[in-house]
Design a protein around this ligand. Structure first.
Ligand code: SF4
Ligand code: SF4
Length: 76
């Protein structure tokens, strides 16, 4: 029997071109699951990215981000 809820975990996504690398999201994340990329985006900022696991979907990063549309939090 398949339990589809097992894989339905929250996650966040950063739009690497809208992010300006201010790191506010990193400072507020209680799970420490956001990092800064070593690569530059087209505007020469180092964008944040989700490290890939343990996001609770709390939304703190979304509300802290000053750039509209840069962060999306998905909570299934
Ligand atoms: S939603 Fe919460 S736990 Fe998930 S990345 Fe944002 S601040 Fe961290
Ligand atoms: S708060 Fe927004 S603009 Fe700042 S680093 Fe995080 S995603 Fe980028």
């Amino acid at each position: 029997m398949t339990d589809n809820t097992v894989t339905a975990v929250p996650f966040m996504v950063v739009d690497g071109e809208l992010c300006k690398g201010c790191q506010l999201c990193i400072g507020v994340c209680p799970k420490h699951v956001i990092a800064i990329s070593e690569k530059l985006n087209a505007s020469s900022y180092h964008p944040a990215y989700y490290t890939g696991s343990d996001c609770t979907g709390c939304g703190l990063c979304f509300y802290a981000c000053p750039e509209p549309g840069a962060i999306r939090v998905v909570k299934p």
